[in-house]
Design a protein around this ligand. Structure first.
Ligand SMILES: C=C(O[C@@H]1C=C(C(=O)O)C=C[C@H]1O)C(=O)O
Length: 424
């Protein structure tokens, strides 16, 4: 095997993000990521090290890719292991036999990209992993000459949500199972479909989301299949000896009128059912961190996390100590915000009552450097795009006193989040 070297350099200040995006839009295998605070961006193209074909991108396989990278890549004076990143998305439930419905993404996806652009604190840098750096200067020259990419919205038709009666029945069945004490909480997902009526540049759509929507902005594209998300939810951010995670669960509407929005937030903070739903997630996450021997800190009361059309209860949670990122992710996922509690029983129930495989929906999506720093979000407010067809997914936490009609409305609003954001 040719020796691969990690070349990192600062970008010339004249290069604009919209030119990088223009260049990316003519590349293959894209991973575009921007955090919710818009302080970090990671935009990548190509793959240099990937999971063997036919193998599930499990947490162990991902860890092994990073190990292989460290064993075989060479650094230069200006690059560090921080510049070598694994990107991708794991599966929500790798045991679901129906994941084949997700085509290109049926095994999840994890790889080390060939070219990565990273922005931290207003400074862009590029990393190329290759046999030599001869491609780097021509690439910079090409990007500098490109026009700025303009944002694009999507034209969608034939929007159809999963049938009401069928879904409300599954909520009622779940409530009954909870009342019989099989589990305390289960998150049930609902789907919607729509057709793209015009061709679009997905990088330009991602740019539109980045310019108009709160939350993370994530696009995964491989062989003309896309997974796109504007999730508000962090699964975990990893810094040396620190993991920052949190519980996002409990939902109400948002409102353009600030007074009304505040009123809705106040009601949500006082709502017994939502607080209970939220608390199950807080306890679930805390106990995972404690079992990993981390020192856990969290405020005793939730705060509000707002998206364009919704408001959620949110409790930030940190763990300090010896952090092994992929082990933490493996244990956290799915948190009771997406699976339920207890975890194994909830996931088995989801597999039984939901009509489709979740694939990447609700799964950890993000990046991790060879220095074990990085961040994973929870892939909600998301859609899979296959041959002009978009499949949207949304879930709601079901507890003992959930009402099927209210939960139906909540999933409807969540399904609408990305639909509205893509088309307006
Ligand atoms: C499952 C989703 O959202 C999750 C469930 C929530 C809830 O039940 O209140 C809130 C935020 C998310 O953790 C989704 O948006 O699809």
């Amino acid at each position: 095997m040719t020796q691969l070297t990690v070349y990192t350099q600062k970008l010339p200040p004249a290069i604009k993000r919209s030119q990088i995006l223009q260049w990316l839009s003519i590349q293959e295998d894209l991973f575009l990521w921007e955090n919710a605070a818009q302080t970090q961006q990671l935009l990548t193209a190509g793959q240099v090290l990937q999971v063997e074909p036919g193998t599930i991108a499990s947490f162990a396989v991902a860890q092994d890719l990073l190990r292989q990278a460290q064993a075989s890549f060479q650094l230069t004076a200006s690059s560090t292991w921080q510049d070598v990143k694994l990107v991708g998305s794991f599966l929500f439930d790798s045991e679901d036999a129906r994941n084949g419905q997700w085509g290109t993404f049926q095994q999840g996806i994890a790889y080390i990209p060939q070219v990565s652009f990273v922005e931290t604190e207003d400074q862009w840098q590029v990393t190329l992993i290759a046999a030599d750096d001869s491609a780097l200067e021509p690439m910079m020259a090409q990007i500098l000459q490109l026009a700025e990419l303009q944002p694009q919205t999507l034209e969608l038709g034939n929007y159809q949500e999963q049938k009401t009666a069928q879904w409300q029945d599954s909520v009622a069945q779940t409530v009954a199972a909870i009342q019989q004490q099989h589990f305390q909480k289960v998150v049930l997902a609902r789907t919607a479909m729509a057709q793209q009526t015009a061709q679009v540049n997905w990088v330009a759509v991602w740019l539109h989301l980045s310019l108009t929507q709160p939350g993370y902005h994530i696009l995964l594209q491989t062989r003309d299949v896309q997974f796109i998300s504007i999730t508000p939810e962090r699964l975990a951010k990893f810094l040396p000896n620190l993991v920052q995670t949190g519980a996002v669960a409990g939902t109400t509407a948002n409102d353009l009128d600030a007074v009304k929005a505040k009123q809705l937030a106040k009601q949500l903070l006082q709502d017994v059912k939502n607080r209970q739903e939220h608390d199950i997630v807080v306890q679930g996450i805390k106990s995972v961190l404690q079992q990993a021997n981390l020192q856990v800190q969290a405020p005793s009361q939730p705060q509000i996390l707002a998206t364009a059309n919704l408001q959620h209860l949110w409790t930030p949670i940190t763990g300090r100590g010896l952090v092994r990122p992929l082990t933490i992710i493996e244990r956290l996922h799915p948190t009771p915000a997406l699976g339920g509690f207890p975890q194994a029983q909830a996931v088995a129930w989801i597999r039984k009552v939901e009509t489709q495989a979740r694939g990447l929906f609700g799964a950890p999506i993000g990046y991790l450097s060879a220095q074990q720093t990085g961040e994973f979000a929870v892939g909600i407010r998301s859609a899979l795009v296959q041959q002009q067809q978009l499949s949207f997914f949304a879930g709601a936490g079901i507890v003992a006193d959930s009402d099927p009609v209210t939960e139906f409305r909540e999933t409807g609003a969540k399904l609408q989040s990305l639909y509205q954001a893509l088309t307006h």
